[in-house]
Design a protein around this ligand. Structure first.
Ligand code: AOF
Ligand code: ZN
Length: 369
């Protein structure tokens, strides 16, 4: 899609991104109404339960929507949900043409939005090529959630040049500099959940706080702790509030006394997987999806990252690299797995490379994704 249609659709994606994590489990959607080459209304879905992007844009356009083109990053919904159907609204407004970034994989929509618009005599164009890919990238978490019933897993690492996240004593605080740490906290705000392994809680006792300027939206802190080894006094638990209890994923045979103690401290213990075994990453992602979480940022440590990588479930890597070498075989690796040859390595592609002070932020996606 090139020319004005491509430009306006790109604007719809920009608007959509403003929704951040607050729209979950709904998608981030942006829309605008264009008449005679001029924008007469814009909008985006701000929060689940609130008006859809198209409703905001059509409200802003008013009578000017008659005969105009509506650009929407996602296929308009034909069904009544928490909100009235967008298709009926578009038809009532007298829109002549609709340009759509991506078909909605939600089973309640799945092409029926486009079909209903066409039945009503509205011309519909669905993006293809780079414009469609951009719309898919923006909604990668939503697509995984609706198509696979899982939350999207992104790994966050702050490592030395030789891939260590801590020295042999477990000291990790000063691997990267201040601007990389600030960027790391800002990343959290994009995801509906953050998850660490029990080893990280025991070693660092992190609070896993959101940035000060967080715009809000549902957010869950999670720990994978098969044997329930974290203390009830962990700082992470102290910050928990009603309705957003820290989720602790454990094996079904974990000690019931420890379980009770953690629950008293405000955790919700979720038993998953086989007794005695590691908690399966896919089961965690399914559980999070069931709670309406679209994406989870996994902040380590190396064993937890290793599990998600080995399961083929790391959809994105946010990899901060410091210009610092430990060169100590007893240091803690960013991803700890089992012995393997180069042919079995995790293969990715660099999607973005950003300089942050003296450090780099590498963003990777799996090869072929
Ligand atoms: C749109 N525009 O801005 C969004 C859509 O419960 P509801 O009424 O909010 O409907 C949620 C479903 O609607 C959601 O699963 C997705 O299929 C679609 N989201 N559709 O036309 C929007 N957010
Ligand atoms: Zn809608």
């Amino acid at each position: 899609m090139t020319g004005p249609d491509g430009t306006w659709l790109a604007r719809a994606l920009e608007l959509a991104a403003r929704g951040g994590r607050a729209t979950a489990p709904n998608p981030r959607v942006g829309a605008l109404v264009v008449k005679d080459g001029r924008v007469v209304g814009e909008g985006w879905h701000r929060a689940c339960g609130g008006p859809h992007a198209e409703a905001f844009a059509l409200d802003a356009a008013g009578e000017a929507a008659r005969g105009a083109t509506l650009y929407s990053s996602l296929e308009p919904c034909p069904h009544e949900g928490r909100q009235p159907p967008c298709v009926a609204r578009i038809v009532r407004a007298g829109v002549a043409r609709t340009v759509i970034g991506l078909a909605d994989p939600d089973p309640k929509v799945a092409g029926e939005g486009i079909a209903a618009l066409r039945r009503a005599g509205i011309e519909v164009e669905l993006a293809a090529g780079p414009a469609a890919e951009a719309a898919e990238r923006l909604l990668d978490d939503y697509l995984v959630h609706r198509r696979q019933g899982r939350a999207l897993a992104a790994l966050k690492v702050a490592a030395t040049l030789d891939g260590f996240i801590a020295d042999r004593d477990g000291a990790s605080r000063w691997v990267t500099g201040e601007s990389a740490r600030t960027a790391g906290r800002a990343l959290r705000a994009r995801y509906g959940a953050i998850l660490v392994g029990a080893g990280t809680v025991l070693a660092d006792d992190p609070q896993l706080r959101l940035p000060e300027d967080d715009a809000g939206g549902p957010f869950r802190r999670c720990v994978v702790d098969g044997r329930l080894s974290i203390p009830a006094a962990a700082r992470l638990l102290a910050g928990a509030q009603d309705g957003d209890a820290v989720l602790v994923y454990a094996s079904p045979d974990a000690d019931p006394v420890r379980r009770a103690a953690l629950e008293r401290a405000g955790a919700e213990v979720v038993a998953l997987g086989p007794p005695g075994g590691p908690v399966p990453p896919a089961a965690i992602l399914r559980d999070l999806a069931g709670r309406g979480i679209l994406g989870v940022l996994i902040e380590g440590g190396g064993v937890t990252h290793g599990h998600f990588l080995a399961a083929g479930l790391a959809a994105r890597l946010h990899w901060f690299v410091a210009p610092r070498l430990l060169a100590d075989p007893a240091a803690r690796p960013a991803a700890a797995g089992s012995p393997r040859r180069l042919e079995g390595a995790w293969e990715g592609a660099f999607a973005e490379v950003t300089r942050l002070g003296e450090d780099l932020l590498l963003t990777l996606t799996p090869r072929g994704a």
